[in-house]
Design a protein around this ligand. Structure first.
Ligand code: ADP
Ligand code: MG
Length: 172
């Protein structure tokens, strides 16, 4: 059976991993955390001293993911989206969280002041939404609120319905 590839993106802390894992367990799609994949394969190309994090080797990440994407049925999770081939994804969800809620989540993660401030700014300026709109057709990019457990449940149900419809439309 042909299955769609779904991209979950958004600022760190908005709930991509939580939604992605829940969605995968309830749909049978395969969850791929791109950050974890890069770490496991050490798919890095240098180190960013200012942000104190490794720099992704985007070409190697794309090579690593190509076979999975060609097969279909992937839920991909990453706080970036402009280096993935556009053809990979059938739909893109950009999760968004209110500032005060996001601030608390990132504080709990132990982010330092600079990292906290940068990520909140990233959310305020809708950086990932703009990146998604610049990288994919507007009609496949959707924003989803991700503040409460009720939002999570709504988002899972909405995406499950979308998958069901996509499968119907692509069978026969
Ligand atoms: P991301 O993968 O985008 O960095 P996570 O999925 O790790 O974000 O979520 C960050 C934190 O926020 C976790 O503690 C998670 O339990 C919580 N969280 C995620 N989504 C929601 C939601 N819809 N409502 C309440 N808390 C959430
Ligand atoms: Mg995550």
């Amino acid at each position: 059976m042909l299955l769609p590839n779904i991209l979950l993106t958004g600022t760190p802390g908005v709930g991509k991993t939580t939604l992605g894992k829940e969605l995968a367990s309830r749909s049978g799609l395969k969850y791929i955390n791109v950050g974890d994949l890069a770490r496991e394969g050490q798919l890095y190309d240098g180190y960013d001293e200012e942000y104190d994090c490794p720099i992704l080797d985007e070409d190697r990440v794309v090579d690593e993911l190509e076979n999975h994407m060609r097969e279909g049925g992937v839920v991909a999770d990453y706080h970036g989206c402009d280096f993935f081939p556009e053809r990979w994804f059938h739909i893109v969800f950009v999760l968004t969280t209110d500032n005060s809620v996001l601030y608390k989540r990132l504080e709990t993660r132990g982010y330092n002041e600079k990292k906290l401030k940068d990520n909140i700014q990233c959310e305020i300026f809708q950086v990932l939404y703009e990146e998604a709109l610049a990288s994919y057709k507007e009609e496949i990019v959707h924003q989803l609120p991700s503040n409460t457990p009720e939002d999570l449940e709504d988002n899972v149900n909405q995406i499950l319905k979308w998958i069901e419809q996509w499968v119907k439309d692509h069978s026969s």
